[in-house]
Design a protein around this ligand. Sequence first.
Ligand SMILES: [Ca+2]
Ligand SMILES: [Ca+2]
Length: 414
Amino acid sequence: MIQTPRSSCLAAAVAAAALGVTALGDDVVKQAPVATSETAAASIPDVRMDRVWPQVSLRRPVQLVARPDRSDRLYVVEQAGRVIEIDSSDPTATGRVVLDIKGPVQDKFNEQGLLSLVFHPKFKENRFVYVWYTTSNPDRNTLGRLQAKEGAEDGIIDPESLTVLLEIADPAWNHNGGTLLFGSDGLLYLSTGDGGAGNDPWGNGQNLESLLASVLRIDIDHPGDGKLYGIPADNPFVGRPDARGEKYATGLRNVWRMSFDRKTGELYGGDVGQNAFEEIDIIVKGGNYGWRPREGLQATPGVPDASQSSDGFVDPIVVYPRSDGVSVTGGFVYRGTEYQSLQGVYLYADYEQGTMWGLRAEGGKLTLGPKVVGGKRRFHLASFGEANDGTLFVCGTESSADGPGSIYRLSPAR
Ligand SMILES: [Ca+2]
Ligand SMILES: [Ca+2]
């Protein structure tokens, strides 16, 4: 059953009512069964959320990352500037603090803090991790590198090793991106926000000389030109005097979460909207995603360069309006081997409403969905996370943005 984003919430409520389930109650939102004529490969299953590691105490968890060389270790980023390590083989794990950089991290306003962490693909050899955070005096968005310890202190990340690799002046407290990822090309990808405020008042979205409102791609292993990183020669704007070579894609308002599809290498991003539409984008090299002239597929009201036209802009593969949510949390394409029915489904959610959707796409085009697959009412779904075996999790807070933090494991509902 294909549902449009606009109708999906209502359809979910109707379907839940038909099943005798209280729609949008505290429990996982139940869905009507998919049509039996659909094959597993061409359908989208409902998704259940099972609470895991309830004894780990978390404050504002915003990301869950797998340690590449230890499949039994998950790292959870707390927004204030801590990282909690969980022994994922132990259901009664309590977690341990492996990093505390609350000092340099500025966590004053809702969208500030330690926002992302990524392990170097060769972490086992070099012990490097990278962090993206906001800092103050003056306000900056910052990419830092840290090193983890070995031996008896294995897993502990040394705060004294913090080295700042890149800083971007930040004109406002909101819209700070951002996800750090390594591509299969070994390069570091980073999403930045447009700077903040409303209507992109500094015009960063369409300014190729700004590192804001972008996905950046840099070579962390080969520094050069007086920087602590290198610029890949095949980045799309390299050699242009009117553009920053770090830019990989532009015209993005605030990609909070993005991920690579392990199988296809496609980069999926959830670009948080302003007053009207949230969007999911497949982010390609040199792509311009239209902010601020466009929000989703519409001309942005109240800006001088508003444009309905998609000329020169890459359209999102999915948008959803304010009636369905207010802040998109981009997720992952499921590529684990445990659940065949979820294979190839891209999951994403709304941070405020806790609704979760699934879709299928091929070659950058939507092929099925989106469909409401579940979620949890009043759960603030900050991030999805992917274990080394492809198992997907979500983390967030209960009841409010400052409520108790929790983690759920995802699986097909039946
Ligand atoms: Ca900002
Ligand atoms: Ca856009």
